[in-house]
Structures are given as C-alpha cells and as structure tokens.
Design a protein around this ligand. Sequence first.
Ligand code: FMN
Length: 367
Amino acid sequence: MSDAKLFAPARAGAIELKNRIVMAPLTRNRARPEDDAPIELHAEYYGQRAGAGLIITEASQISPQGKGYAWTPGIHSDAQVEGWKKVIDAVHAKDGKIVIQLWHVGRISHPVLQPGGADPVAPSAIAANSKTFDGTQFVDTPSPRALERHEIPGIVEDYRKAAENAKEAGFDGIEVHAANGYLIDQFLRDGSNKRSDQYGGSIENRTRFLKEVMDAVVAVWGADRVGVRLSPFSNANDIADSNPQETFSHAIRLLNGYGLAYLHLVEGQTGGPRDIPEGGDLAALYALFEGAKMGNNGYDRDLAINAVHSEAIDLVAFGRPFISNPDLVDRLASASPLNALDPETLYGGGEKGYTDYPTLAESSVAA
Ligand SMILES: Cc1cc2nc3c(=O)[nH]c(=O)nc-3n(C[C@H](O)[C@H](O)[C@H](O)COP(=O)(O)O)c2cc1C
C-alpha cells in the first residue's frame, strides 16, 4: 500500500500541516516549580519534534484550580505565556505547527496541589479511584467538592482567558481536553455526573458544560483553529458511562455545529488496548463528524498508513513514539527502527529521557 498520503500535506481547519503525523499531548512534569512556566528545556524538546505536521502540547492548566499533578505547565499567567512563546518560536523556526491542550482536571487532583489547600472540584462529590503525583509521592485522589451552579461560569471564563493567553503567546490554535476522565469528561458521563440542575441528568444537560466551553474558546479563536479531544471508550481515571455510544454521538453532533479544526479521538483505552467495548462503534462516531478526523492510540507505521489511506481518519497522533523519537516522521518515512522508551524518565526530571533521545543520524554517528 502506498505510504505517500501519510507524509503529504493536509489541513485541519485553518491549520496547514506539512504531513498527517501529529504529536499527541504528553504530560512530562518538567515545568518550573515556582510558577508552572515552561522553560528553555521545553523549547528544545518541542523544537526537536517539529517534524510533526502538528504538535499538541502537554495538557496545560487553565487556572490554578485546574491543576492536578506536580510540575505541569499552565496558561493562566504572564510568566507562563512568556515561557510558551519560546516553545512556539522553536517550533515555528523549523516550520512546525503547535496547538496547546487546555486542561482542567476536576476531581483528579489533591488539596496539596490546589490553591489554599482546597478540595478539588467536580460535577458531583464522587471520588475517582485514581492517583496523582503531588511532587513527593503518589497519592489517592480524594472525594471532590461538587461545584455550585454559580461557580460554573467562572470556570468557563477561565477557559476563555486561557484561550486568549494562548493566542497572545502565538500558538496556531488550541485543543480542548475533553478526554481521559478530566473535568469536561466528568460532566459528560453519567458515572461522575449526578447533578440535578441543568448540567446533569439528560445528555443535553451533561454536554452543556462542553458547549459553554466551546462557545467561549471559539469566540476567541474562530472554530477553524480549535480542536477537541474525546476518549469515548476509555476508562482512564476511573471514568464511566452507562452508554458511551449515545453520550458521545450527542457530543459529536453538538461539536459538528461549530466547524472545528479537527476532532481527536482516543481509540480504545488510553495507552492500552485499542478494543472497543460491546455496543460501541468507533467508525459510527467518526462518521458523524464533518471536519478533519484525528485518531490516536497504539498506532504504528502500518496502522497509520492504512488508516489514512482508507480514509478512516485524516490525521494520526502518536504519543509514546514521539517521546523516544524526536525525528519520528523521518524514521516512519524511511521505515527505520525506533528508539525504545525509558519508562523511568516519563514524569519529572530534566533533560534525561526528555531531550537526549538520539535522532537516527546521531545514532549512526555513535555506532
Ligand atoms: C507520559 C504520557 C503523558 C500523557 N499526557 C497526556 C496529556 O497531557 N493529555 C492527553 O490528552 N493525553 C495524554 N497522554 C495520552 C497520550 O496522548 C496518548 O493518548 C497515549 O499515549 C496513547 O497513544 P500512543 O499509543 O501513541 O502512545 C499521555 C500519555 C503518556 C504515555
């Protein structure tokens, strides 16, 4: 089968990509501890990976309350905007494109990570059977406080402000993180959303928060520079829904109305099996969406070539392979072997396991 299409230019809304290979969002916990700002090291890391048609940054909190892990970057302060400018410059200097993933973790946090030691917030006061890293150790995520209805517009405003900051920094667009069991996903699913007001109960109500966030960020950017990530069949962070096919069909129909840059789906369990549970139909979800479709999870070269060739999806996001292969696109193009991933250096630390993975050319010099 011809591999040409994977390496040919493409569009995602108003964003022009030099190929169809996307760097998936990857949390690496290396922001400056004092202010959660990206540093020079981030610029080097993302710049090394600018061969991607599009880079989606690691999830970045829209507010101090949106933070759920130690040393993740934010996009809510001037220092953070300044840090991101250096990252963007490094990617643009190599003719790459980069969007930032906007994140509010909801209940996947801990009081030690929250302003004033407050309880994390969520649609309902239901704890996730999950863990987070507080800077010293892994800790259970405790029971969150259910958001008061009057607090919700403030969080939507935080998304809007973060979108504005992203624009000021010079990103090519934004991705709304509505996947993997974080705040928006917690609203979408009936396992974590037991609200009795207009944000809970019916599917219309459970998608209301997503809609309000989309309205806010699209007003800042225009829809054709906004993407959304969903993980309909993933149980990441203990998320559950009685009928994901129905919930996400509704969500995608709603998203369709905007004319977004792309829809990004995690296919199966995030970072795990690509299997879709009984009653689930991934192709049917993709078929509902009229814009560019981005797929992720467990892709390798053959799967990616097939997926774009068959037009199942338009863009393929690679996560772990981009961690250990800064020159992933070149390696895929030449069907070269990939560097192995070091699981010990994923979260936190410095350049080891971050900016020191060799390119193919560097490996052959060393050999
Ligand atoms: C170290 C690490 C960090 C991740 N951080 C994020 C993140 O910030 N946002 C997100 O949506 N997904 C995140 N994910 C999930 C990846 O984007 C991706 O869905 C997953 O790794 C499966 O794709 P892959 O098989 O190509 O690695 C992370 C995964 C890993 C391994």
